[in-house]
Design a protein around this ligand. Sequence first.
Ligand code: SF4
Length: 207
Amino acid sequence: MQLPFYSSFDEVRAEAAMCRACGRADQRQQVVMGAGDPDADLMLIAEYPSQTDDSTGQPYTGPAGEYLDELLAFAGTDRSSIYITNVVRCYATESGRRGDRIKPSTRTEQHACSTWTSLEIQFVRPRVILALGAPPARVLIDESFELTDQRGTWMTRPDGVEVTATFQPAYAMRMKSHDPDRAREIESHLINDIRAAVARSNATPPE
Ligand code: SF4
């Protein structure tokens, strides 16, 4: 994919803030671009912003963000050392059986937003990407990626960035009230996977 030229990351962010390339633009308050260290070696990529993120303009805020902060601390890192973004940058809802819920991202929306995903990767230049959940893993690794079988498997993208996937922290948090044992299991995998991604991003590259 030929990316548009921007001379600075600020220019990218200013242009993305006005994006209306997919239907999610109609429901958002604001575009939620990534946040964190713009020179981070580790980038976390989730699926979409939450309602809280839509208000704050920052990714992974609110209760899910607090939970992510706990997981990062257990894994030996924090937000100031990494960069966090999503594969779609606008909050949207749809009607479900129990009322409105966050609209999962479609392939069309992910594709429309991939310009910003690629530009964030290009400007931050992480050594390692950790996808949070299957939808971002399918965008970043392979369309047929299955979290159950391939979680924690490392691959190298054509741009040389190493990438793997783990659970979505918000999923683990929701699971706590339904199935505490399973939630504990997922949480343990999450901490280990984040820790492995931190270690890999800090490792000395081969000569
Ligand atoms: S989700 Fe991405 S592509 Fe769609 S309008 Fe928002 S910023 Fe643009």
